[in-house]
Design a protein around this ligand. Structure first.
Ligand code: IPE
Ligand code: IPE
Ligand code: MG
Length: 247
């Protein structure tokens, strides 16, 4: 597995983990079995991300829209999440992985919240590598919440009235303090954002892979990084501006 030069490795990769259900259906298994295998992939890819040079890995684990799935699937997913958090705490501490969340986590079942808060506290001091779980996350909900909180801050005199800046507003998003994603990967062949990091991904590079999440490996992650390394990120400038010709 050859790696791109360090300056071409994304610092923050975000993954829309998709295809658990189809992975299971193709094998004649219940959807939840796909989610169970998906949790194994989360473990492996968390480790792989660090080995490949990431500083931040964000995983889209549950969207605000996912509550509309059959209740048995939702409760199975919440059960798996709680089990995962309980089991991973020691690994997070041992491997010095900081856990963070984005999304309306206050609406998750109390058991999940308890484990989340415990793990977040226990890993708060680690700075090298951060795993961000997007839980009950939706970009539109996030922006609406931020607008409400920003307006309240203006009303209370904590923010200047009549001004408008992304730097000030973005501090009210649930991603406050996190860098924007450099790379957004979606598995399972779908090419859509599904309400994920719509503003923070403004200049992210996108890689779509047909692999279903339970089958996604470190080699697939490295391949996405290699694709990222071939891209030229122009941020509105011209190629010539980015690499002025040698005189
Ligand atoms: C992703 O796999 C996991 C979640 C959204 C929680 P899916 O469950 O969406 O799998 P497909 O898309 O039905 O195959
Ligand atoms: C997006 O996947 C949400 C997560 C990966 C958690 P979905 O499977 O819910 O997205 P759609 O419904 O296919 O757009
Ligand atoms: Mg899906």
């Amino acid at each position: 597995m050859s790696l791109p030069s360090p300056d071409k490795v994304p610092s923050h990769a975000a993954i829309i983990m998709d295809g658990n259900g189809r992975w299971a259906r193709q094998r004649g298994l219940p959807r939840i079995e796909g989610h169970r295998r998906g949790v194994e992939t989360v473990r492996k890819i968390t480790e792989a991300g660090r080995e490949l040079g990431l500083r931040t890995l964000t995983l889209y684990a549950f969207s605000v829209e996912n509550w509309k799935r059959p209740p048995e699937e939702v409760s199975a997913l919440m059960g798996l999440l709680e089990f995962y958090l309980q089991k991973e705490l020691q690994t997070f501490v041992k491997n010095r992985i900081r856990l963070r969340t984005i999304g309306r986590t206050g609406e998750l079942p109390p058991g999940v919240q308890k484990h989340l808060n415990h793990t977040i506290e226990a890993t708060a001091g680690f700075t090298d590598y951060t795993l961000v779980l997007a839980l009950n996350y939706g970009a539109r909900t996030e922006v609406a919440d931020a607008a409400r909180d920003y307006a309240a801050a203006v009303a209370a005199g904590r923010e200047p009235a009549g001004e408008s800046s992304w730097a000030a507003f973005s501090r009210y998003l649930s991603t406050a303090g996190l860098p924007d994603p450099d790379l957004i990967i979606r598995t399972s062949g779908e090419s859509r954002l599904s309400n994920f990091l719509m503003l923070q991904g403004a200049y992210a590079e996108f890689v779509f892979t047909p692999v279903h999440w339970p089958d996604f490996t470190k080699a697939d992650l490295a391949a996405a990084f290699a694709e990222y390394a071939r891209r030229e990120r122009r941020y509105g400038l011209t190629s010539e501006q980015l690499a002025p010709p040698a005189k």
